[in-house]
Design a protein. Sequence first.
Length: 387
Amino acid sequence: MTILAAAIPITQPHPLSMLPFAVLLLCIAFLPFVLKLHWERHYHRVALFLASITTAYYFFWIRQPERILREGGDYICFMALVGSLFVVAGGIHVKIRGEATPFFNCALLFFGTIAGNVLGTAGASMLFIRPWIRANKYRYAGLHTAFFIFLISNLGGGLTPMGPPLFLGYIKGVPFWWMIQHCWLGWAVALLALLLIFYLVDRHNFRRPPRPVREEETAARKIDIEGLRNVFFLAIILGAVFIEHPLFLREAIMLAAAIGSYYATPKSVHLANEFSFAPVKEVGWLFLGIFLTMVPVLHYMQLHARDLAIDTPAKFFWIAGGLSAVLDNAPTYLTFLANALGRSVSASRIPLPCNNFSPAAKPKWPPFPWARFCSGLRPTSATVPIS
């Protein structure tokens, strides 16, 4: 991919070529509320139509099909990881008997956030959302949904490429352990701060019912886990992440692990999890449109990064967080990765590929996933896949 990127000539995309991307974002943001039934029936056609405009522009107008093909390859890698982790997580059922105290809730959020770095945010959300709701059923409130999204569905994927956005950086050349080496402290501060805030708010919520009710609901607790055989398939997927050659072998192994997991999991576990492919189908179609329509955006960002004046930690923090709140973690990450590459241009003004950066290089400002939890303002079926 890096060699292909280096061979692409430098050509300015027309600003209007970014219009399909903007239209798609507006559709995703408003049509599910304004025209819900029509959107659910035709969202894949909208994504395909807008993606075809951008594809035609790069193939036939400026004659740079390499950029479309490169993003198409990244899309296949992205969906292979997201889909396989979703299927494997859907084969593991966690059942909690008894109600949750604020401390137990914090522990569950903590382990779910850690799991997000192994299962991916979609897989961890799939695994923990129903136990989370059941454990808090007698006092479930909006704060439980909000902090679940902040922590497990967003911050959980901020340390390893198993959280899908960082996987896109990994396949473009960012070292696998870069985030853990350089960003673990910031990630830990964000995690502990959110857990502390949640504990204080949840303690107030916990004390609202009368004491006899609290004691009755929290007196006994038991945790059962079914489908542990899927840990084997999870290990296969984790190992496949490190395979780079030959092309698409990694994705084939992930797909094989997902198929094996699906057929090896008892139907009772899938029924208990209310497992469905609908969330993956929606993510697949919408991200196909996002990946292809954002090609001119990334193209423009790389060529004009130095002109955008996004050059301080505060600007990166607020702009990345704001964009992630209305867009998504993955395209936001790619946008700011393109910006970083564009700002680190060579003497010939050609943006450098990722592998030109030293794995030991220290970040100049807080990295992109610092503001991951900001995207919790916009929950989707990809972050909390409840069928």
